[in-house]
Design a protein around this ligand. Structure first.
Ligand SMILES: Cc1ncc(C[n+]2csc(CCOP(=O)(O)OP(=O)(O)O)c2C)c(N)n1
Ligand SMILES: [Mg+2]
Length: 620
């Protein structure tokens, strides 16, 4: 019998949802997480979340990892998500447990990372009474989440979990909070696990239309100096394959944001590496032009891009500097899945709201039919000249030689000084550019980005938008759990590492072999760099060592690591560096390498905040 009806068939109830046996709310939560494919949760218990932990002990599918601080748990979930592309999950109890998650949520929000945070809440009848460990985490996190739920009915748990993962992972990803009062965790019901999600007003599937995409092709044909400026959107959108094909077919040079590191292979001839405050001089010139500056007089030397293809980026101020001067002479095409990014920081001439993978795939189809005629020969020549003139570089300067660091630690062995950049370069060589790197925030973070060339997406995990010190090691734990077969190395600063040093315990107990290199300059280096530049070097609480005993490295990481049962080595001389790095890489355990470096280095290039490329300092 043939079916003639044109009405869409309504799936049978059993296809739309699955009804489970009567269970307690906490068990429903765990069952719902299992249905989302969650294999790991970073969870720290307390009175309001014990029920959830009890349920987790009954799960055969979910590995519960106890971080030693909830912030570590949130960053680990974020690192897991960045490395795997799947939502990372963390959990905390009410009050202080929940507030300890806040920095991690803000980080995930600013960098568009899918994280689901589950918090225990005081029982419903206690809410609003100032109960012990009561904090309105829903209200507190409103501006830094993509969405949040306060669960008020045990019958909602299964649906809310489904929605939370859907919202966190689709469209522009982001963090979602699910706050569950203790009495709801304890109530019993027969759960209904939905198989699909439909949310009114939420349509994450945005697709560019062909008219707009053809207009891009027309703009490319008219352009003499096009540049692709691409960001984290390419990575979250899994569009790097399409980007590579598009760049090669059009021969348009590519610069990425820090969030976009690895979206395009940095060892590719078309790569300009990353741009912005500490980006390469040639990427910044290619976008905004080269200038000569004498006092207040600025003369243009060579024009920058006349067409900027901004795909999956948000014109962050660390990228644009003085935003009016950013690509001042270029036509700007901006593709983003989030309409609220369009015209937010920099007006676009051609704004397109679309999934960037779809847009690039369609562009590739269109140019296959109508191939780009332009060769951009003069432009490539100009870029080659810029690259040759201003490569990233460093040297042992007079300042290093005369520094207190040399007097305190290297007298008579000056040639043995280890510069921080050197460490990253050597790590790149020893890992064949294949490691996943995480970082803290500061100078070391910028050097990690500069001296390691990222070849694939999800390789450089760094707190870019929030710039949260303490991110590096817990994020490395999350990444290593997600990718156990990869070498995962946290490049950290002595200040940043100290902020979540307790996670060495998690690494040891859970046998997570994430490595950490502390580029130990005994200072809050990046703040110190600004002090040197803008405050005549006056130190405003940026020294981390022991002022009473400057010759001693403080704190003693070797002794600390011993307390955690984590192997640790200190390296002070260049001759010892390679072998020490190799020992760290060869270890099948977590490992800490404390590399002592001078504090005198500045990260270059440097465009001071709010300034234009004309004010870039780039010569080492
Ligand atoms: C949680 C937090 N507090 C303060 C800052 C401001 N800050 C930015 S970089 C920096 C110095 C970081 O020092 P360290 O981790 O040793 O790295 P270095 O710059 O020395 O490589 C500080 C204090 C921050 N980014 N995050
Ligand atoms: Mg430091």
């Amino acid at each position: 019998m043939s079916k003639t009806t044109t009405e869409p068939s309504i799936p049978a109830a059993r296809d739309r949802a699955e009804v489970g046996p009567t269970m307690q709310g906490s068990d429903i939560l765990v069952a719902a997480l299992e249905r989302e494919g969650v294999d790991t949760i970073f969870a720290y218990p307390g009175g309001a979340s014990m029920e959830l932990h009890q349920a987790l002990t009954r799960s055969k599918k979910i590995r519960t990892i106890l971080p030693r601080h909830e912030q570590g748990g949130a960053f680990a979930a974020d690192g897991y998500a960045r490395a795997s592309g799947r939502a990372g999950v963390c959990m905390a109890t009410s009050g202080p447990g929940a507030t300890n998650l806040v920095t991690g949520l803000a980080d995930a929000y600013l960098d568009s990372i899918p994280v689901v945070a589950i918090t225990g809440q005081v029982p419903q009848h206690m809410i609003g009474k100032g109960a012990f460990q009561e904090t309105d985490i829903f209200g507190l996190t409103l501006p830094i989440v993509k969405h949040s739920y306060l669960v008020t009915d045990v019958n909602d748990i299964a649906r809310i979990v489904k929605e939370a993962f859907h919202i966190a992972q689709t469209g522009r990803p982001g963090p979602v909070v699910v706050d569950i009062p203790k009495n709801v965790q304890q109530q019993r019901t027969q759960p209904v696990f939905p198989k699909e999600v439909h949310l009114r007003g939420y349509d994450p599937e945005k697709k560019a239309d062909d008219v707009a995409l053809n207009e891009i092709i027309g703009l490319i044909e008219k352009s003499e100096r096009p540049v692709l400026y691409v960001g984290g959107g390419i990575i979250t959108g899994n569009a790097s394959g399409e980007l590579l094909r598009f760049a090669e077919a059009t021969q348009i040079p590519v610069t990425t944001t820090i969030m976009g590191c690895g979206a395009f292979p940095e060892n590719h001839p078309l790569s300009l590496r990353w741009l912005g405050m500490h980006g390469t001089a040639y990427a910044n010139w290619a976008v905004s032009g080269e200038f000569k500056r004498e006092g207040d007089i600025i003369t243009p030397l060579a024009p920058g891009a006349d067409l900027l293809l901004a795909f999956g980026v948000r014109f962050d101020d660390r990228v644009t500097g003085k935003v009016e001067k950013f690509c001042e002479t270029g036509t700007i095409v901006h593709i983003d899945i989030d309409a609220s990014e369009i015209n937010k920081n920099k007006p676009a001439n051609l704004p397109i709201v679309s999934d960037v993978k779809y847009a690039l795939r369609r562009l590739n189809e269109l140019i296959r039919k109508r191939s780009i005629q332009k060769k951009f020969t003069a432009w490539h020549k100009q870029i080659a000249e810029w690259k040759a003139r201003a490569p990233l570089g460093y040297r042992v300067t007079e300042e290093v030689v005369k520094s207190q660091h040399m007097k305190d630690h290297l007298t008579g062995r000056e040639s043995e000084v280890i510069l921080p950049q050197m460490v990253i370069e050597m790590l790149y060589e020893l890992t064949n550019g294949e490691a996943i790197l995480t970082t803290g925030v500061g100078q070391h973070q910028m050097w990690a980005g500069q001296y390691y060339k990222f070849k694939f997406p999800r390789q450089f995990l760094t707190s870019a938008g929030l710039g949260a010190m303490g991110y590096g090691y817990p994020a490395a734990l999350g990444a290593k759990v997600a990718c156990p077969d990869k070498q995962v190395v946290d490049i950290d600063g002595d200040g940043s590492f100290l902020m979540n040093i307790q996670e060495l315990a998690t690494a040891h107990i859970e046998k997570i072999a994430a490595k950490a290199i502390v580029l130990n300059n005994q200072h809050l280096g990046m703040v110190m760099q600004w002090e040197d530049k803008f405050y005549k070097g006056n130190r405003g609480h940026t020294y981390l060592g022991d002022p009473e005993n400057r010759k001693q490295i403080y704190p003693d990481y070797i002794a600390i690591a011993r307390g955690f049962n984590v192997p640790c080595e200190r390296v002070m001389y260049k001759k010892d560096l390679r072998a020490a790095l190799q020992r760290m890489l060869d270890s099948d355990q977590p490992y800490l390498l404390d590399v002592i470096v001078p504090y005198t280095e500045h990260v270059l290039p440097f465009i001071p905040a709010g300034k234009s490329v004309a004010e870039m300092i780039w010569k080492p």
